[in-house]
Ligand binder design. Structure first.
Ligand code: CNA
Length: 390
């Protein structure tokens, strides 16, 4: 723990707990040691095969596509000060992401299977799509570190807004306002926006990775703090598995780290094969299919995952573009406001470690830099949160 290196460990360095650095060795370890305190940490990459684009994958990620639009910067869609002035881009996105539209992936079912087998200590997810719950992982085993669509409230007086009205407003693509007539503030789902504090449950459970006998990290770029620090809290001699398209954070730097670089669904299927759980996994995943004939219909054109993502992104960008045109003048005013805001922010200190922090935009030429707002952030750096401590 502490100032961990992100340098890959020398392949010749033998693991301490595992018989080898392979998923088969992890499966063997799980059986031999009767592992039952697994901590799982997930991000947007576990939901991309459900049709929900992630943020940062080049070309297919939402940010890459939102950047083409008239937002002052792509992350503005989840920026609380931007939302206050213009909630339409967020609500357009919310209409697309709202729970109930997507089927959990086989990766979500794998996490659910770990729980059914009595092996899941806790799941930490950055996702807001609630697909883990839909796959059957019980709510009391999940920390939704960046909140979710499950509840919502007024951003001014914090009065809760009824679920059924929220569902109705989102489906009608309308922006909900506080139910207290005297307030009339904007309502926002309890999703953590940049600059907002993480839910209390995150801090209450943050010591759990240190109690794990295995950690599995899936589908995350590990760039958003303080979530990105969680894998560092796993004990040095506890095996950590990364299943992701790319190597991220400090995963791979310890002798008992196992990297399965590639698609999450393919990775968990390989893992299930090694454990002898494959049939059970597929059967469990099958139960998430609400209507087999519907699914048959959906799959009839046999679109590739890339084609599904392209369709989804095109629809999202079109919708947001329309919203932004409608609010074109407002947008100009907001840009001016934001420029004013960021000048003020320049004079303030860094956000505390319990606040969701944005990584620097990669192309400062095309996107306004945020470094002056979050000067402590350096690209690719896995900062350790300073408080609250474990
Ligand atoms: P991210 O920064 O977009 O990174 C996603 C990671 O997953 C990248 O490293 C990708 O290479 C990887 N990846 C993408 N597809 C796959 C795949 N099929 N198999 C394996 N790996 C894959 O997303 P993070 O979750 O790391 O960032 C945190 C943000 C994203 C949180 O604030 C979330 O709320 C937010 N987000 C959530 C959703 C959702 O709820 N589904 C969607 C988009 C963004």
């Amino acid at each position: 723990m502490g100032n961990e290196s992100s340098t890959p460990v020398d392949e010749a360095t033998p693991p301490t707990k595992l018989h080898g650095r392979s998923i088969e060795a992890v499966a063997q370890y799980m059986k031999e040691k009767d592992v039952k305190n697994i901590v799982v940490m997930t991000g947007a990459g576990i939901s991309t095969s459900a049709g929900i684009p992630d943020f940062r994958s080049p070309d297919t990620g939402l940010y890459a596509n939102l950047a083409r639009l008239n937002l002052p910067y792509a992350e503005a869609v989840f920026d609380i000060s931007y939302f206050r002035n213009n909630p339409y881009p967020f609500y357009t996105l919310a209409h697309e992401l709202y729970p109930g539209k997507y089927r959990p992936t086989v990766t979500h079912s794998f996490i659910s299977l770990l729980n059914k087998k009595g092996k899941l200590l806790h799941l930490f997810t950055q996702n807001i799509d609630c697909l883990e719950r839909e796959a059957g992982v019980p709510g009391d085993k999940i920390v939704e570190a960046h909140g979710s669509f499950a509840t919502q409230r007024c951003i001014e007086c914090q009065t809760e807004y009824p679920d059924d009205r929220m569902r109705e407003m989102i489906s009608k693509k309308e922006v909900p306002k506080c139910i207290r007539k005297t307030c009339n503030g904007l309502v926002k789902p309890d999703i953590v926006f940049f600059g907002e504090a993480l839910p209390e449950a995150f801090f209450r459970n943050r010591s759990l990775p240190a109690k794990a006998d295995l950690a599995i990290v899936l589908g995350t770029s590990l760039t958003v703090q303080p979530f990105a620090s969680l894998p560092s809290f796993v004990r040095e001699d506890t095996p950590r598995v990364l299943i992701n398209l790319e190597r991220v954070g400090t995963l791979g730097s310890r002798p008992d780290d196992v990297l399965l670089l590639g698609d999450c669904d393919a990775g968990v299927r390989k893992f299930a094969d090694a454990l002898g759980w494959r049939e059970e996994l597929e059967a469990l995943w099958e139960t998430t299919d609400p209507d087999k004939s519907d699914r048959g219909k959906q799959q009839a054109p046999l679109k590739s995952r890339q084609e599904q993502l392209d369709d989804e992104i095109e629809k999202l960008t079109k919708d947001i573009d329309t919203s932004l045109k409608v609010t074109g003048e407002t947008s100009e005013r907001i840009k001016a406001e934001l420029e004013k805001d960021t000048t003020t922010a320049n004079k303030t200190s860094s956000p505390p470690a319990d606040v969701l922090s944005i990584p620097q935009p990669t192309n400062s030429k095309d996107q306004p830099s945020l470094q002056h707002v979050f000067p402590h952030l350096k690209e690719g750096k896995e900062d350790k949160p300073e408080k609250p401590s474990l």
